[in-house]
Design a binder for this molecule. Structure first.
Ligand code: GLV
Ligand code: MN
Ligand code: MN
Length: 415
């Protein structure tokens, strides 16, 4: 008797769905803008939900708009879960988050249509506002899902454009009755593009993700003295624009001094009134600090705070700092990490164990159930950019590793 043929995803079906979802909020240059809880996000959600329903999954929506599709639809036991997010940054690509959701759907479709009967239920979800570009903190959908943030607090979050999360959820029709926090899944595994250059440089196809580095986001507001650019002598200035630039160069120097894996980014700077001939009254900027070592990350935060104090004194400005997001580094479950590695090696892939530089919903799920992640390479290490690409063969390889990890966890035997 010959061994059963292994299940394999349909790349054509997965690619078609990635392309169809990528058309929603298309920026016309290969990229996507589907900021959380916007009309484009709603359109993307509706499309993915329609695919879940076509497959016969039970679709549940919770109070923060997280969507979970479960097979079999009458399951009561906690599922083995996969998924990610479908919101994007304003200049996003087509794979960040979307791959994990659609490959998860594809894996479940492959299992369901094969006639195999999983011993445990399977679920694929997408979580609200993973990106955090519109509402802070990032990943607040999965954070509420695991009980790390009260629902009411998340609903009250105000977006950078002034909208309130709860109002937006209601407007797009994505407040549902599934309780949150949810019952913890049996296990969670997320497929995602790497979004950095490491796998490509090493010639590896699969990243076995060991954990996620710590994330510290702050919004810094600097208030000075607005005045005439031509008449105000340099030694009379209290200039928020200069102070913002000083903070930007400080965090770059700090990250260089601390060395890898410390990274530091000033991603948003706004000046008011933002005119050529006016010393600004106010500057607002964001600082994103990340490190796999919590102790070093705390040290970087303390050094930034001290710099802001010295700068406020020297320039005669007021500097206020507000935390937008703060997550400690996360280590994934060792057995789940080993499982991903074993499956990827069995598929014949070159693999690398690595921490994630980006934040992911999996880091929240790791609080409540055994969790791991699978990475596929990013061409040129480019992400959060319309030019974000991964070779189709690598996307397919990642989806098949995900499929087999799910099959193992859910006790699926190929028919
Ligand atoms: C989410 O994409 C992040 O900023 O890591
Ligand atoms: Mn992502
Ligand atoms: Mn992202």
């Amino acid at each position: 008797m010959s061994a059963p043929r292994p299940l394999r995803v349909s790349w054509e079906r997965l690619e078609g769905r990635l392309e169809a979802l990528g058309e929603i909020g298309s920026t016309g240059d290969g990229g996507c803008a589907r900021l959380a809880l916007t009309d484009a996000d709603k359109e993307g959600r509706d499309l993915v939900v329609s695919w879940m329903e076509d497959l016969g999954l039970r679709v549940d929506i919770d109070g923060i708009g997280n969507v979970v599709g479960t097979w079999p639809p009458d399951a009561t036991e906690q599922p083995v879960m996969t998924g990610s997010h479908i919101d994007t940054v304003r200049t996003g690509g087509r794979y960040d988050g979307n791959l994990g959701v659609l490959a998860g759907l594809e894996a479940i479709e492959t299992i369901v249509t094969s006639g195999a009967r999983p011993e445990h239920p399977l679920a694929v979800g997408f979580f609200t506002n993973e990106e955090g570009s519109r509402f802070a903190p990032d990943m607040f959908g999965s954070l509420v899902f695991v009980g790390g943030l009260p629902l009411e607090e998340a609903l009250d979050v105000v977006a950078v454009d002034g909208a309130v999360a709860g109002d937006e959820l209601e407007r797009i029709g994505y407040i549902g009755p599934m309780p949150c926090p949810a019952r913890p899944p049996r296990a969670f595994v997320e497929l995602h593009i790497e979004q950095g250059p490491v796998l490509e440089a090493g010639g590896e196809t699969i990243g076995v993700v060991t954990g996620v580095q710590g994330i510290s986001w702050q919004e810094i507001t600097i208030t000075g003295q607005s005045n005439h650019a031509g008449t105000t002598p340099m030694d009379h200035r209290h200039d928020p624009s200069f102070a913002a630039a000083s903070i930007t160069t400080f965090v770059r120097a700090l990250a260089t001094e601390l060395g890898p894996p410390q990274v530091a980014t000033v991603g948003r700077v706004e000046l008011h009134p933002n005119l050529v001939n006016v010393v600004p009254a106010r500057a607002t900027l964001t600082v994103d600090l990340r490190n796999t070592d919590e102790h070093v990350l705390q040290g970087a935060e303390a050094r930034l705070a001290a710099h802001c104090e010295d700068l406020a004194e020297a320039e005669g400005v007021i500097i206020e700092r507000k935390t937008l997001a703060r997550f400690e580094p996360v280590a994934f479950d060792p057995e789940m990490v080993d499982r991903v590695e074993r499956v990827a090696v069995a598929h014949g892939h070159r693999v690398r164990r690595m921490p994630s530089g980006a934040g992911h919903d999996a880091q929240m799920l790791a609080r409540v159930c055994p969790t791991s992640m699978i990475f596929t390479p990013s061409i040129g290490g480019i992400s959060h950019n319309p030019a974000e690409r991964t070779h189709p063969a690598d996307l397919e390889a990642g989806a098949n590793v995900l499929l087999d990890v799910l099959c193992e966890l859910a006790g699926v035997v190929a028919p």
